[in-house]
Design a protein around this ligand. Sequence first.
Ligand SMILES: Cc1ncc(COP(=O)(O)O)c(C=O)c1O
Length: 400
Amino acid sequence: MPFISDTLARVKPSPTIAVTNKARELKASGKDVIGLGAGEPDFDTPDNIKAAAKRAIDEGKTKYTAVDGIPELKEAICRKFARENALTYQPNQITVGTGGKQTLYNALMATLNPGDEVIIPAPYWVSYPDMVLLAGGTPVAVECGIDTNFKLTPAQLEAAITPKTKWFIFNSPSNPTGAGYSRSELKALTDVLMKHPQVWVMSDDMYEHLVFDDFEFVSPAQVEPGLYDRTLTCNGVSKAYAMTGWRIGYAAGPVELIKAMGTIQSQSTSNPCSIAQYAAVEALNGPQDFLAENKKTFQRRRDLVVSMLNQAKGLTCPRPEGAFYVYPDISGCIGKTSAGGATIDSDEAFATALLEETGVAVVFGAAFGLSPNFRVSYATSDEALEEACSRIQRFCAGLK
Ligand SMILES: Cc1ncc(COP(=O)(O)O)c(C=O)c1O
């Protein structure tokens, strides 16, 4: 009898973490590697947030807290939803977990039974399908290609819904494409959902603050109040406040669901780190000017990367509305041979040859459910991005 459970046979380790680790190893062995794989801002956590954490330590706020978040943080989250999203929640509708990842996982664990389907537009954040599988459900990926700028259409959503559909996972701006849905694009999707009362919406708003030009971020329960009672609005401090290592995420929704998620957390990890919770209170209540500065930097980098990648032979790189990713299509490179002699028959082969021959680490598209593409995270310095994009251009020019 195998020792490892059957559940584990259904899931795979995160490919984005694998790429980051491989790039780190190559760098440690002395290779000149530029990592464009990591999904985290390269900025440091702002000083006021760090100071709040130090204060919490000095004041002895180092003990267990309420399982799903301290009251001060839940209140700060309610104020954030009212201020930024015109959504009214009470503290008993809020749950706080160890990163956005844990709140999403808790929600799936708390609701899925075998046979329940979860609609996931592809390309998707790598963890969604595997979390659904871990929770015993069935992921239903719907491919959204470059022709719709990687966005799901109402007709595709309608066609994917069945009597077994329990959740629709919505992520705007998206990891891995950066695509953001406008108010009218989202309203067209919520109109479909209004016809199917068995379907709940899990909105992953993690990149809310990273939107460019005059793009207006909107969330499903805000666009269609009729969905409020079956929407879980998920967010966190990781990306907006450069706090990936602090591990604080949160979600808001109907009390019964929030309670069930708390039960899962109470029997698994208990409360998220007490010190990080006090830091998150400061992130949400403190000065917000840091966000505008960040946005400016990321927008400049997006423009640089999109322009340089579109000059690479065989690549087409749409210009996304947000996040810090681009997702170029590499159809024009498939079937060719690299200067180093590698056959480029898939996006995985492209990413492997790119890393080995030029030292640029990207994540191949198959990991996100849509090929042939690769994901670039531009959360790194302008100099590193310029050098990496020049190497990608040379690599593509060398394909025969
Ligand atoms: C779309 C999306 N949702 C959720 C998360 C998880 O965030 P956290 O680091 O807070 O767990 C990520 C992180 O990469 C993400 O890209």
